[in-house]
Design a protein around this ligand. Structure first.
Ligand code: SF4
Length: 439
């Protein structure tokens, strides 16, 4: 072990996640977090308790004990390298006070104390950077664009609804943190069943954290506030990537007006809930991060540090580093100016946002995949046509990039077509010459 287990918080390689957290992704794949690549076993084929201390979890723990950086964790190490706060760092920080679970550094671990369970892909939004695997609302577009082979819009993670709720309920007595993401948790039936189960068992001390699109606050049997008011510790990270029409273009289904009225409602009904804003930085909003941040601050519903700003890593064709050099330079200047403004704000401490925006600048500098530019422009134009939207009008800074990448690809395709045709002509010609010589 290269890292001192007691110093996990400062380790460059170690991650506490496989000792403390269990994630069930949409479709049933189990893993120690939602960032890792690869399959660790599926809830539809094996009980959770068997998988938790099964082969792949043991291998991963072994890798961290040995001071290695597992390849499957590339997303975290990429964020680390850009100076950002990776999920690995967040786990290490959050669970540093549960060192007794990690410190023995055994390959096996007691049952998880933190759960991130995604029961299905049910969602009422189809955000540009999302996909059918994470949103049932994406299904029709994904079908039309041949991006899915699935026969159903809904993808479930357990063989039946009851199986899932039962298996998760059995784990709850030892669980301290419950993280809800989606799909959209606030329209997920099982989410309500689990909250009711916790209330029935008087386990309302548990820490509930949500990543939500915050559009639906009522479901079947009433509004969510009646359940939330019984839990002491709730944190909502509300996903928002742009104000007004830009927000509505990026997160298809989002309404700026509903967002504002829901914020008012939550402040009235559940003022004890901690509100944060989660911003996913992509090509669509990197130019207006300053405007977005200012607008959200002006709503006065959160503390100035309560922003989770992260750069989109997948799909690669919406990452900010695919932008051409000129646009990268322009946006870098804009971000640096904004960082200086924040640093100079009297009486306010924007240290966290300043650091996160600094990370965006580093991320921008990285070399982007050239082929991803065409994919970006192709899908943008296709989705615009299907959704009756106009990205160039809403995000004017992208107009020449969208059409430029499209034209360049068209030219390359024409060259490729003629080169192929020329090659096949040459082959036929040399074959004819050979034949003639033979005659
Ligand atoms: S390093 Fe990152 S990807 Fe790997 S287990 Fe930890 S949180 Fe997950």
């Amino acid at each position: 072990m290269k890292d001192n287990p007691v110093n996990i918080k400062n380790s460059q390689t170690f991650c506490a996640a496989p000792w403390v957290n269990l994630t069930v992704s949409i479709g049933g794949n189990m893993s120690p977090c939602c960032e890792i690549s690869g399959e660790f076993g599926n809830t539809k084929h094996q009980p959770i308790k068997d998988l938790w201390n099964g082969g792949l979890f043991l291998k991963l723990r072994e890798a961290f004990i040995s001071g290695n950086k597992p390849k499957a964790c590339w997303k975290c190490y990429e964020v680390d390298a850009c100076g950002g706060k990776s999920m690995r760092q967040q786990y290490n920080e959050k669970f540093n006070n549960h060192i007794e679970l990690i410190s023995p550094l055994k390959h096996t671990a007691p049952l998880p104390i933190s759960l991130d369970i995604r029961f299905s892909n049910i969602c009422n939004f189809s955000c540009r950077m999302c996909w059918h695997g994470s949103s049932s609302h994406w299904y029709q577009d994904a079908k039309a664009l041949r991006l899915t082979n699935s026969k159903t819009a809904l993808i479930k993670s357990f063989s039946t609804k009851d199986n899932g709720v039962k298996e998760i309920s059995a784990l709850l007595p030892g669980v301290k943190y419950l993280y809800w993401a989606g799909g959209e948790p606030l329209i997920t039936r099982e989410h309500y069943a689990i909250l009711e189960d916790l209330i029935a068992k008087h386990s309302t001390d548990i820490y509930l954290k949500y990543n939500t699109n915050f559009s639906k606050l009522t479901y079947d049997h009433g509004d969510i506030f009646k359940l939330w008011e019984q839990f002491k510790n709730i944190e909502l990270v509300i996903s928002i990537d742009g104000i007004k029409d830009r927000g509505e273009l990026i997160r298809h289904g989002f309404s700026w007006d509903i967002f504002l009225s829901n914020l008012k409602l939550i402040k009235q009904k559940c003022p004890h809930i901690k509100i944060k804003f989660g911003i996913t930085v992509s090509v669509f909003n990197v130019f207006v991060l300053d405007e977005l941040h200012q607008n959200l601050l002006d709503l006065e519903v959160c503390h100035e540090d309560d922003f989770e700003i992260h750069c989109l890593q997948e799909p690669n064709f919406y990452r900010v580093n695919i932008l051409p050099k000129k646009l990268k330079e322009e946006v870098t200047v804009k971000l640096k100016d904004y960082i200086n403004t924040l640093k100079d704000s009297p009486g306010r401490n924007h240290a966290s946002v300043v650091s996160q925006l600094g990370h965006v600048i580093v991320f921008l500098k990285a070399k982007g995949d050239f082929g991803a530019r065409y994919r970006f422009s192709y899908l943008t134009l296709k989705l615009d046509a299907r959704r009756n939207q106009n990205t160039s009008a809403v995000c004017p800074e992208l107009k020449s990039f969208i059409y430029g990448a499209f034209k360049l690809n068209l030219i390359l395709n024409i060259i490729y077509f003629w080169a192929k045709k020329f090659k096949s002509r040459m082959i036929s010609f040399s074959y004819a010459l050979k034949k003639k010589g033979g005659d």
